[in-house]
Design a protein around this ligand. Structure first.
Ligand code: CMX
Length: 137
């Protein structure tokens, strides 16, 4: 599968309003987008560093994967997202290589991306996302 770069790294936070202060005031990054993704039950905030982004994730519902994650492990590193040519193809290849998928096909994620996840049990404990904003068949 072809991956051009790390698109983003997701951090689970309790409050975007609180956590963004570090990224803005200490690292000097600019938050270019705050977006709610109802499907994922999260609010997201994005900061760009070159081709890569930091994504802050705040749960909008107690049933959100991010709420469950914070309850279990506390705030911190949540997932890595690789930019691929074709999310469906990347998911299919991972499945062929014995990975358990969370998504069989892409769905719409934040920041205009098509996204699909591999289960962390199949990706060395790291929740892994493939994403792309290229055309997906
Ligand atoms: N990283 C690593 N491990 C994780 C994890 C994460 N982010 N989230 C959950 N896990 C682990 C748990 O620790 C648990 O491990 P153990 O069985 O060893 O205790 C196991 O996965 C199951 O976790 P759970 O709390 O029982 O939660 P669920 O099985 O209900 O859900 C998961 C886990 C990964 C399937 C779910 O969080 C999911 O579908 N995630 C993908 C979607 C998502 O995270 N969306 C938010 C971001 C969206 C965006 O970026 O736009």
């Amino acid at each position: 599968m072809y991956m051009s770069h790390i698109d983003h790294i997701g951090f689970a936070v309790r409050s975007i309003e609180e956590s963004r202060k570090y990224y803005e005031n200490v690292l000097g990054l600019e938050c270019y987008k705050i977006e709610e993704v109802p499907d994922q039950k999260v609010k997201t905030a994005f900061f760009k560093i070159g081709h890569t982004k930091i994504e802050l994730l705040e749960a909008t519902d107690p049933e959100s994967p991010v709420a469950k994650f914070i309850e279990k492990k506390g705030p911190g590193f949540h997932h890595i997202a690789y930019f691929v040519d074709n999310v469906n193809e990347a998911l299919m290849i991972a499945e062929d290589r014995d990975c358990q998928l969370i998504d069989k096909r892409y769905r719409k994620g934040a920041d205009g991306m098509d996204i699909g996840f591999i289960h962390p049990k199949s990706s060395d404990g790291i929740l892994t996302e493939f994403c792309s904003n290229k055309f997906v068949l």
